[in-house]
Write a protein that binds this ligand. Structure first.
Ligand code: FBP
Length: 267
């Protein structure tokens, strides 16, 4: 059941998720390269660009987005980006024995109260707590089916299972990324988001495992326009469907310019 023909998070079968959960995942230092980006309203405006098909926010900012939209609608006719509520997350401050991303928002609350058009959930495959996240993902996926909203899996292999397995060289190993992508397919995600494995050829290897599920690469840390666009083009030409990107957009002083270029490449 991966057909969501009416979902606004896809454009011509592809998508660009503007991810803005970094204040939670990485902390405010992520906003230092462009201090304006600490202001959620700056990002809400950035997300009105046509290239953006979904804005991924944690619950608290999703509530702010809804308040802002009401005020903003009076002033402008600009199209607002569909909301993707990220249901789990973890901070860089905690100390755990292995990776775990607890759920902080239900699908019901996301859809009914916040008006989410899609939901997202991170699984750290390879962590000692993997099965806990599988269980939460199962509930999320089944509830999302009831509400008919697409589920995006942030599939990040991480933790003891990967570190201790001599077959793998780490979380950026193509075989590990392919395995993570495959988990998305097996567990019923509509879109899987994975790290970029480094080239078109390696992405093709990953994409052999994704069936009819959509695949987006994560933006990663900020790099030059040229390098970043090269990576995105390679992923698209391998058969990928777009991007979930944060820092490579909001850490730029003029995010609209890179979004113009991404629009050309992705659609
Ligand atoms: P970036 O484009 O900045 O990498 O953002 C995408 C994203 O998935 C965010 O949603 C999330 O906060 C971040 O990456 C997580 O990155 P990591 O766990 O690798 O530090």
């Amino acid at each position: 059941m991966r057909e969501h023909p009416d979902s606004p998070i896809f454009r011509d079968g592809n998508l660009l998720i503007l991810a803005y959960d970094h204040g939670l995942e990485h902390g405010p230092t992520n906003f230092d390269p462009n201090p304006e980006s600490a202001d959620p309203e700056h990002i809400f405006e950035t997300a009105t660009h046509d290239a953006v098909t979904a804005l991924a926010l944690q619950k608290g900012l999703a509530e702010s987005y809804r308040r802002w939209e009401k005020q903003y609608e009076k002033a402008s006719q600009l199209e607002k980006a569909p909301l993707l509520v990220k249901l789990n997350g973890n901070s860089g401050l905690g100390s755990r024995t292995d990776y775990y991303s607890p759920k902080q928002c239900s699908v019901e609350y996301a859809v009914e109260e916040l008006g989410a058009e899609a939901v997202g959930y991170t699984i750290y495959a390879g962590s000692d707590f993997e099965d806990k996240m599988w269980k939460e993902f199962r509930q999320v996926q089944e509830k999302a089916r009831k509400y008919d909203v697409p589920v995006v899996m942030w599939a990040y292999p991480r933790g003891h299972g990967i570190e201790q397995n001599p077959e793998y060289s780490g979380q950026k190993d193509t075989d590990v990324i392919a395995y993570a992508a495959r988990l998305g397919l097996e567990l019923g995600a509509d879109v899987v988001k994975c790290k970029y494995p480094g080239s078109k050829k390696e992405t093709e290897k990953v994409l052999r495992n994704t069936g009819d599920m959509k695949f987006v690469m994560s933006g990663g840390s900020k790099r030059s326009d040229e390098k970043f666009l090269q990576d995105v083009e390679a992923s698209l030409s391998a058969g990928g469907n777009g991007l979930a990107v944060g820092r490579n957009v909001f850490q730029r002083k003029e995010p609209g310019k890179i979004l113009d270029k991404l629009e050309e490449v992705i659609y």
